[in-house]
Design a protein around this ligand. Structure first.
Ligand SMILES: Cc1cc2nc3c(=O)[nH]c(=O)nc-3n(C[C@H](O)[C@H](O)[C@H](O)COP(=O)(O)OP(=O)(O)OC[C@H]3O[C@@H](n4cnc5c(N)ncnc54)[C@H](O)[C@@H]3O)c2cc1C
Length: 412
């Protein structure tokens, strides 16, 4: 708790100007900004303590996912991570969708304890509330609300210094990667929407379309589904099937989608959406995306998606701030421009907004893994991320961060 106490003292002394920005892995565009302070957790907060009895792990929020997996590997344990192990604990706190989401749930669903400091300077050390009893006291209800707020909306409420997670045995994975045509992408999406096993489809659309399908190696139904999809697709370029020991050994996602490397140092903004199966609307979505990709303003601009559902859909909506539990797809739009190119940035952001508007029709939810108070869409993305939970969250913020130390939930 001493980590949190030092931070609490610092907050109570007063930090100006606000908001205070927080950097865990430093992979989002809002962990630092001109004229604002950043609290960089990577310098401290680096403990990894595995409990012998419970197989739970406590991690300091300065560790990234590669470091967490490496620490757990020595004990044959793991947590479900995303398509890359570069992100830090912001990944876990904002949801954490990955190839194992359908079989194990979101990374967030494995959290059993959280420690840190609220925006008002008070420290907390919370454990996951047990299932709601029929009669609930006011203080139980308060803890439920706090827990719900921290899981998915922590960046607006608190600085989390340590996370306790349930671990899993390392799961060997089968990964099939290839380059497909637009028609093959449509077929793969159509099939994947029927899956009821550990298989999950992720795709990246740039110069090429990369198909990246994963399933648990011991799941014969999923293996059969992948084989039957391969047969239905016919020839796919650069097709390869690999078995990896676990997520720590996953091949990189997205590299097959690009054959030309964009030159220079690139900047990115990313917006992630969440939505249900596309079913009958798939042909029109594919046609719209094709049009947007044909007019992308920079080689680095890309549209991707990952599949969720399964176990992630079984968690009650009221338990966390990740409310889009019925989502099957998370498409994310990555807009890129060359650093220093102001006109290029303008064009890329205009494309980002156009693509986001189009996708919001198919995917009404937002996955708030990146926050964008500096972009015009921010209030809308807050509304789309939290919907009817936003008033409850705002009320929670009025208690836990009344002076607005952390980023606001309402744009004035
Ligand atoms: C290469 C790459 C691959 C990715 N793959 C996936 C994927 O497969 N699935 C997926 O769901 N997402 C994925 N993401 C998105 C990623 O999960 C989010 O961008 C996430 O927010 C990154 O967390 P971070 O700690 O690295 O970044 P940061 O920029 O340090 O933090 C992100 C946000 O969280 C807040 N925050 C961070 N730590 C704390 C804390 N301890 N307390 C309070 N607030 C905090 C920060 O204020 C910031 O707003 C990927 C991102 C990258 C760059």
């Amino acid at each position: 708790m001493s980590d949190a106490i030092t931070l609490s003292n610092l907050i109570r002394q007063g930090i100006q100007p606000t908001p205070l920005l927080v950097c865990a892995g430093g992979t989002s565009s809002r962990c630092a900004a001109d004229g604002l302070w950043t609290l960089d957790l990577r310098a401290g907060h680096r403990q990894l303590i595995i409990s012998e009895e419970t197989d739970e792990v406590e991690i300091g929020t300065g560790l990234n996912m590669a470091e967490v997996l490496e620490g757990l590997q020595t004990r044959g344990r793991s947590i479900p991570v995303g398509l890359s192990t570069i992100p830090g604990c912001g990944f876990v706190l904002t949801g954490g969708i990955g190839p194992l989401t359908r079989s194990q749930g979101l990374a967030m669903d494995h959290i059993v304890g959280l420690r840190g400091v609220w925006g008002n300077g008070n420290t907390f050390d919370l454990s996951a509330p047990t299932n709601r009893a029929s009669v609930e006291t006011e203080s139980d209800n308060e803890v439920h609300q706090q827990w719900r707020g921290l899981l998915g909306a922590a960046p607006f409420l608190a600085v989390v210094t340590a996370i306790r997670l349930r671990t899993q045995e390392i799961t060997p994975l089968v990964i099939w990667r290839s380059v497909g045509s637009i028609q093959q992408l449509a077929v793969a999406i159509e099939e994947a929407e029927q899956w009821h096993h550990s298989g999950s489809l992720q795709w990246a659309w740039n110069e090429n379309i990369e198909l990246f399908i994963t399933c648990c190696a011991d799941d014969s139904a999923a293996m059969q589904a992948v084989e039957s999809l391969k047969t239905r697709l016919g020839y796919c370029a650069e097709s390869s099937m690999t078995i990896v020991a676990g997520q720590h050994a996953q091949p990189p996602f997205g590299t097959l989608a690009r054959s030309t490397t964009a030159q220079g140092h690139l900047h990115h903004e990313v917006i992630s959406r969440l939505g249900p199966a596309w079913s009958q609307r798939l042909p029109s979505l594919i046609a719209d995306l094709n049009e947007l990709m044909r007019h992308r303003p920079h080689l680095g601009c890309q549209i991707n998606a990952q599949q969720l559902g399964g176990v992630s859909a079984q968690i009650p909506v009221s338990r966390t701030s990740f409310i889009h539990r019925d989502a099957i797809w998370k498409p994310w739009i990555s807009a890129a421009w060359t650093a220093g190119d102001a006109k290029g940035r303008e064009r890329a952001l205009e494309w980002l907004m156009r693509t986001n508007n189009l996708l919001s029709d198919y995917c009404p939810g937002v996955h708030l893994a990146q926050i964008h108070p500096h972009l015009s869409c921010h209030q809308k993305e807050l509304n789309d991320a939290f919907q009817d939970w936003l008033p409850g969250l705002t009320q929670l913020k009025s208690h836990q961060d009344p002076l607005g130390l952390l980023p606001p939930l309402t744009i004035t």
